[in-house]
Design a protein around this ligand. Structure first.
Ligand SMILES: *Cc1c(COP(=O)(O)O)cnc(C)c1O
Length: 388
């Protein structure tokens, strides 16, 4: 009889961590509850009109119907480099940049370019699960760096054992951070470059949230650090910045050898991004700063409403300086899973348990501010009335 034997790497994938909360959500909806989903971090705001118009125009052009270059259109890569120059004052040449089918794609393919079976990769905990799973797909072994409150949710590089650092091939990091909403200063990135040079570790920095910030203080890029390009790569995404999660476009910039190696993997896996989407991406990257400011004002209002509600019931939440997430401590006596469950049953609000992002996330939960102000106000009211 024919039998399907799934590969070990698939069998070993961690179980879908939101399975339990998803099930509870389905049950609540079935029972007629008006559930507010503050779980997934997928912006509710629309893509700007001028981006949609650019797509419409480019989509009818037959020249755009053919295979794109796997490295991206020169025009898109040039615009992305210009964006990096304007925003961070970083100089990036064309062989130091590559178009991605969303930053997730570039992140997931990077370990295949550098990891040999058994190689170690340093992974933050809690974190976006793609880093760890991509390392495992390449046969690598993750070593977890806990992100602790007492270190402002930055990894303590000195706490990584020397023999591990010597064996490590890659380090993944993400600032502004999902899920903790922590930011890294340029001084940390400088330290990171020295560390990477000392131990010969490639830095893979996920910069998906650099444009979501409050109080006008713009987060730094890893590539601003002296010598960053020699040791690393940074992934940028149009998804969160321009409300384009469904469009699948981003880019990576860094040392040409690193970009080239990632490109070799990509050229054997995908065939680039539909050119009409790249042309729309150019329109997005040309956005005025007033666009970013307007979006951030919307998130800031939402943030304040939820923070006030959490504070009023005695829940310790971190006021985010960046990202559209609120990371908070679950009240004493509850695990993350128990409290998230309670929020759903008492207030019909979906949040994500911190341990879904890794062991060190236990004791925390994450709220995403990606629903309308009206729904945010309703959620705040329910939190205030829930009496935990
Ligand atoms: C949303 C997100 C991404 C993925 O962005 P895409 O460009 O849409 O693939 C990457 N990293 C983190 C931490 C994210 O939250």
């Amino acid at each position: 009889m024919f039998g399907i034997d799934i590969a070990q790497r698939v069998k070993e994938l961690p179980p879908y961590l939101f399975k339990e909360i998803d099930k509870q959500k389905q049950e609540a909806v079935k029972a007629g509850a008006d559930v507010i989903n503050l779980g997934v971090g997928d912006p509710d705001l629309p893509t700007p009109n001028y981006v949609i118009e650019a797509l419409n125009k480019a989509a009818v052009e037959p020249a755009n119907h053919r295979y794109p270059s796997y490295a991206g259109m020169e025009a898109f890569n040039k615009e992305a480099a210009l964006w990096l120059k304007k925003r961070f004052n970083i100089n990036i040449k064309l062989d130091e940049i590559i178009t991605l089918i969303g930053s997730k794609e570039g992140i997931a393919h990077t370990p295949l370019a550098f990891i040999n079976p058994g190689d170690i990769a340093l992974i933050p905990d809690p974190a976006y699960p793609v880093y760890e799973n991509a390392v495992r797909f390449a046969g690598g072994v993750p070593f977890y760096m806990p992100l602790k409150k007492e270190n402002d949710f930055l990894p303590d590089l000195d706490a990584i054992p020397k023999d591990i650092a010597q064996k490590a091939k890659l380090i993944f990091l993400n600032y502004p951070n999902n899920p903790t909403s922590a930011t890294a200063e340029l001084s940390f990135f400088n330290q990171l470059v020295s560390y990477a040079k000392k131990y010969n570790i490639i830095v893979c920095h996920d910069a998906a949230y650099t444009e979501i910030y409050y109080n006008g203080k713009k987060p730094a890029s890893f590539l601003e650090a002296e010598g960053a390009k020699e040791v690393g790569i940074e992934y940028h995404s149009l998804s969160k910045t321009y409300n384009m999660t469904g469009w699948r476009i981003g880019f990576a910039a860094g040392g040409s050898d690193i970009i080239n190696a990632l490109g070799k993997i990509k050229s054997n896996v995908d065939s680039g991004v539909f050119q009409a989407i790249q042309i729309a991406g150019i329109a997005a990257l040309k956005s005025e700063e007033t666009y970013i400011n307007r979006i951030n004002e919307i998130y800031e209002k939402r943030k304040k409403i939820i923070l006030d509600a959490l504070n009023s019931v005695g829940i310790k939440a971190y006021d985010p300086k960046t990202t559209f997430y609120i990371w908070f401590e679950v009240p004493k006596g509850y695990t993350s899973a128990q409290f998230v469950s309670l929020l759903l049953s008492k207030a019909h609000i979906v949040t994500i348990p911190g341990n879904g992002f890794g062991k060190a996330g236990e004791g925390y939960a994450r709220i995403a501010l990606t629903v309308s102000e009206e729904r945010i106000k309703e959620a705040a009211l329910r939190i205030e009335n829930a009496k935990f």
